[in-house]
Ligand binder design. Structure first.
Ligand code: SF4
Length: 470
């Protein structure tokens, strides 16, 4: 997927001006967050499970090499193949070769953010193989040629009417007068379309929510069952996962599963939790004859033990997106690449470089809600601040802001001068803001272009505080 992270500000303005997107985003506040709270209330040990999950992931990351090697041995013992991909290009080539080896013409795909990260669809298409997304949201955005706007609900930015328009345009050969007024009708039409694709596919590609070292198992969580059909109907199944998806045991996986769906959608559990170990065995009723796992690094091993290490605990539950005031104002496409929201603003600069994505860490009010709701206790604001520091040190970002920060830093180191200038500034602003508000103000155009700025009342905070102590 081509990155538009450099156009973040423009993308964000477009998102705010898009009425349909705003209507879709307004539903987010009343959906997942409310259900999450209710689900947490029904599970008194939720917070303890979060601590356990954090400890499991930390232990795994501290011993990642050992668990990866154990996992590989177990996959091979069960008759599968493990492929190591250092970066996106290598992962794409591995997947293409597997598809070519079985003369694949069509590939069904379960929802996988890693496959978006490596842009495998575009690569397969370029090489004459048709990829078909089977998660309903992914299927819709594939029809529209769009990228996912949310890691869990990729088509959350669309209205029902937009989906209907896309179906009428792309599902050719069906009667024009068919009734698609109800979401159920759309669902049934998509299901009928996808059934044929499932039956014809030569290869199925899924992601993995977790990889289990103890048994060499990949596991996926879905609500639609499309992941199961993707991995059991074709003769070849490819699971693609980044290396930090590892957990040591099935018991560990079940601990994480208990907080995953609750944090994500407020469900006690996703509808389908599917564990795959190797290819079909002699007494299995179904399953693929070939089972491949592609393990992607793509910058993760460099994050291990460093400033952004904590991000490797992420289980992609999306709670930080669902609670982020910035994400809810601008939508996921504004971030310009695969991931979005606070987790995306931390992860993307690490994956595609700060030069490309230096605006994203600025997409935060630092309200701290993302860290508060993160079940893996990931300190997202701390890492956003680290990226901002790095961006500043590297001389990235607008000159105006860097100059403003330099002036502020100069004054902050000289408290006497700082107070003198602040007191003078406040007096002048009080004088000119005689009606109590400013409609426009030099150096504050970003604020006053969309709202008034209240004129200062009384002195500075410090002078009022000192006055209050007397
Ligand atoms: S950073 Fe935390 S809240 Fe956000 S997706 Fe990852 S695990 Fe969930």
């Amino acid at each position: 997927m081509e990155s538009t992270t450099r156009r973040f500000h423009e993308n964000a303005r477009d998102g705010i001006a898009n009425d349909k997107l705003q209507a879709a985003l307004s539903r987010l506040s009343h959906g997942f967050p409310v259900k999450r709270l209710a689900a947490m209330a029904r599970l008194p040990e939720f917070e303890r499970l979060c601590d356990d999950a954090r400890a499991i992931k930390e232990h795994t990351l501290a011993n990642l090499g050992t668990y990866l090697e154990h996992y590989e041995r177990k996959v091979i013992e069960s008759g599968g193949h493990v492929h190591w991909a250092a970066d996106a290009a290598e992962a794409r080539d591995i997947i293409l070769k597997i598809c070519r080896d079985v003369d694949a013409r069509t590939v069904t795909k379960g929802k996988s953010m890693i496959s978006e990260e490596i842009a495998v669809n575009e690569h397969l298409e370029k090489n004459g193989i048709q990829p078909i997304e089977t998660d309903l949201g992914e299927y819709i955005i594939q029809l529209r040629g769009e990228a996912p706007s949310h890691i869990l609900a990729p088509a959350i930015h669309l209205s029902k009417d937009q989906v209907e328009d896309s179906f009428r345009k792309e599902h050719t050969g069906l009667p024009d007068e068919r009734n698609l007024d109800e979401p159920q009708a759309l669902l049934e039409e998509a299901r009928a379309m996808l059934r044929r694709k499932f039956m014809a596919a030569d290869v199925g590609i899924t992601g993995a929510n977790m990889l289990i070292a103890e048994t060499g198992t990949s596991m996926i969580v879905t609500n639609e069952g499309n992941g199961d059909l993707t991995q059991t109907l074709p003769n070849t199944h490819i699971a693609i996962a980044s290396i930090e998806k590892m957990v040591p045991t099935l018991e560990d996986a079940s601990t994480i599963l208990r907080i995953l769906a609750r944090s994500a959608t407020g469900q006690e559990s996703a509808v389908y939790n599917t564990f795959s170990t190797g290819p079909r065995r002699a007494d299995d009723l179904d399953g693929p004859e070939n089972y491949h796992v592609v393990l992607l690094d793509n910058g993760r091993s460099e994050m291990l033990g460093g400033e952004f290490h904590d991000m490797l605990r992420c289980i992609r539950c999306s709670a930080c997106l669902n609670h982020c005031p910035v994400y809810k104002a601008i939508g996921g496409h504004a971030y310009g690449w695969v991931y979005s929201g606070p987790m995306g603003a931390v992860l993307i600069p690490g994956l595609i470089g700060l030069a490309e994505a230096h605006d994203l860490p600025g997409a935060s009010t630092f309200c701290g809600k993302c860290e508060e709701v993160c079940p893996l206790r990931i300190p997202l604001p701390r890492m956003l601040r680290s990226w901002r520091n790095k961006s500043h040190d590297a001389g990235l970002g607008p000159v105006k802001i860097r100059f403003g920060l330099a002036v502020w830093a100069f004054l902050a180191r000289r408290p006497g001068l700082y107070r003198l200038l602040m007191n003078t500034g406040v007096r002048i602003l009080s004088l000119f803001g005689s009606r109590g508000r400013f409609r426009s103000l030099p150096l504050a155009g970003g604020w006053t272009s969309v709202r008034d700025l209240p004129a200062p009342q009384g002195g500075t905070f410090l002078s009022q505080w000192k006055g209050g102590r007397r």
